[in-house]
Design a protein around this ligand. Structure first.
Ligand code: PLP
Length: 347
């Protein structure tokens, strides 16, 4: 019996469940002990992921958070500083990881819709001295979660990389949704990742795997990263069982992200016509829609839930809707109708 899905769940793309085909791939995956280095499915996932993003090596990690935190710890020494966008996931949602784990100071960079200007980054770089914590990493988030799935353009990524190179500072990409970016841009993901030294991406979001992310970079970096993963308790044993889902996802579910983007756009356009709501269409670039609500967003979320639609109130007057493979056209209709009913009954 498949799980009944009583709600249209727009809380996150992490809610996607593995498909029967994906479960079949998991069931039949050859397994070993990955901490001992001989799980063939994990090895294959790491090699496949690294090749896909154009890096030498990959490391399978339990979460995107661990991928980011390991990257920071590998690139930076204790007491260094790193630069990150002021609403970046690594600052906002990783509960102080950079301070606790890598022991670094984070200097924030403002942005327009999650896109930092190269000048804003360069002006915040600090030289190592008796007095100042040298900047040893620049972190980019593409697509940007809290900004609503916005894309940092390739030209901007290239300029940021040039600044990093000129100051000998590596770039880490929090690419939890980097495939959403590449699919929306209509380019191979390497076009995005060529501008960074390391990248972590999630298999467990729009790509529909139940668990896991991959951190990719140079062989030297990944060798250090493997030690950090063990130190953090992220070494897993027959993890080929779940890595198989990631491999299946990379083979089958990347291109279909375009459908999520289309549905996000369609719904955003409809919501923009309703009383009491507005959407900045310029930010609807991938699978996330940020909806401005005139009345309290939490009230909207409660009404929506009563009508079978789950989503998060992201701020006092903002709802976040995230589209993914488990929301089809029928789901979009249900969501649009729910918003319309609430809009007409409360205005
Ligand atoms: C989801 C997400 C992560 C990692 O999340 P986990 O839940 O730890 O896998 C990292 N960065 C961004 C931008 C994200 O959206």
């Amino acid at each position: 019996m498949p799980n009944p899905i009583p709600f249209v769940d727009l809380r996150s793309d992490t809610v996607t469940k593995p498909t029967p085909e994906m479960r079949e791939a998991m069931f039949s995956a050859p397994l070993g002990d990955d901490v001992l280095g001989d799980d063939p499915t994990v090895i294959k996932l790491e090699e496949t992921a690294a090749a896909r993003v154009g890096k030498e090596a990959g490391l399978y990690v339990p979460s995107g958070t661990m991928g980011n935190q390991i990257a920071i710890a590998c690139h930076a020494d204790r007491g260094d500083s790193i630069l990150a966008e002021e609403n970046a996931h690594i600052l906002y949602y990783e509960v102080g990881g950079p301070a606790i784990l890598a022991g670094v100071v984070t200097r924030t960079v403002p942005s327009v819709n999650g896109v930092m200007s190269p000048e804003a980054i360069e002006s915040r770089i600090m030289k190592r001295s008796l007095h100042t914590p040298g900047t040893s990493l620049i972190a980019i988030e593409n697509t940007h979660n809290r900004a609503g799935g916005t894309i940092t353009p390739l030209s901007t990524m290239k300029e940021i990389k040039a600044i990093g190179d000129s100051h000998r500072i590596p770039i880490h990409l929090d690419g939890a949704r980097v495939f959403n970016a590449s699919v929306a841009l209509g380019v191979d993901v390497k076009e995005v990742t060529q501008h960074v030294d390391s990248v972590s991406f999630c298999l467990s979001k729009g790509l529909r795997a139940p668990i896991g992310s991959v951190l990719c970079g140079s062989s030297d970096l990944i060798e250090k990263a493997r030690v950090w993963r063990k130190r953090l308790g992220g070494g897993m044993r027959q993890s080929g069982l779940i890595a198989a889902a990631g491999l299946y996802a990379l083979d089958h579910y990347v291109d279909r992200l375009a459908e999520d983007h289309q549905r996000a756009r369609d719904l955003a356009t409809r919501l923009n016509c309703l009383k009491g709501l507005s959407v900045d269409m310029a930010t609807v670039q991938t699978n996330i829609v940020m909806v401005r609500t005139e009345s309290a967003a939490q009230e909207w979320a409660n009404h929506l839930e009563a009508k079978g639609v789950k989503c998060f109130a992201f701020a006092a007057n903002q709802l976040r809707l995230v589209f993914h493979a488990d929301v089809d056209d029928e789901g979009v209709k249900i969501v649009a109708q729910a918003f319309q009913d609430i809009s007409s009954s409360t205005q």
